[in-house]
Write a protein that binds this ligand. Sequence first.
Ligand code: ZN
Length: 278
Amino acid sequence: MSPILDNHLHLNPVNGRGAAAAEEFARAGGTHLLVVNKPSWSLVGEVDDEAGFRETFDLTVEVTRAASETLPGRAWPVLGVHPALVSRLVDRGYTPEGARDLMQAGLDVAGEYVADGPALAIKSGRPHYDVDEGVWEASNAVMRHAFAVGAEVGCPVQLHTEAGDDFGTVAEWAEAAGLPAGQVVKHYAERPITGPVASVIGRKEGLRAAAESNDPFLMETDFIDDPDRPGAVLGPKTVPRRVNWLREEGYDAAVRRAHVETPAAVYGIDTEGTLADA
Ligand SMILES: [Zn+2]
């Protein structure tokens, strides 16, 4: 058995399948997971202080622990603040600056869960939809704060951003904050990108392009574990299935790059050493 890591998936312990979805991943051949917290509002409702973020993170740590038990490898939590929270807060009467401050406080808490707890990385970014200037500025400030937190506690930052291929400027902001660009991961990359490490969504075209490139890359589903939107996204079996397909196509070295070498380089995790002999 060799490692198969889904770099970005959600497990919803409140009203989704939770750890059962991890079991499905394991049955398909998956071994390791990075479990990203669902947006705070979908787990605990509206959040106006640090306590709401802690509750969101605790639920995610708990379901990740349960998921880990179902895997031949293991699962780690990735904790952060969803970039769309800024819009929810502004709709509720916050100024962009007030929203920024609250979201930065949430990222500080996520950093604590890395420094003193079980989390492997933090997550931030900026809206993937059009927003006005004030909200955009606030969002960039939140993202840059995440880089500072990552640099301080020594952990990678996963990013949720607009679509695109060139995030060189964003990677420069990370470097300026003291976080190497190689520890910045663009979640939901559609193909290889400039700047951060691409976490390529599990579709064949983009994966083939990543495999053909010499760049480090990761693979993900962004499974959302939402009972109201079944089939809206890729399911938990997708990464193992795409790994099988890549192997059939002769991309064995790229599979190793995505599931052993890049995870080691970005997160410092040993996906082979943490794999039980099966
Ligand atoms: Zn996601």
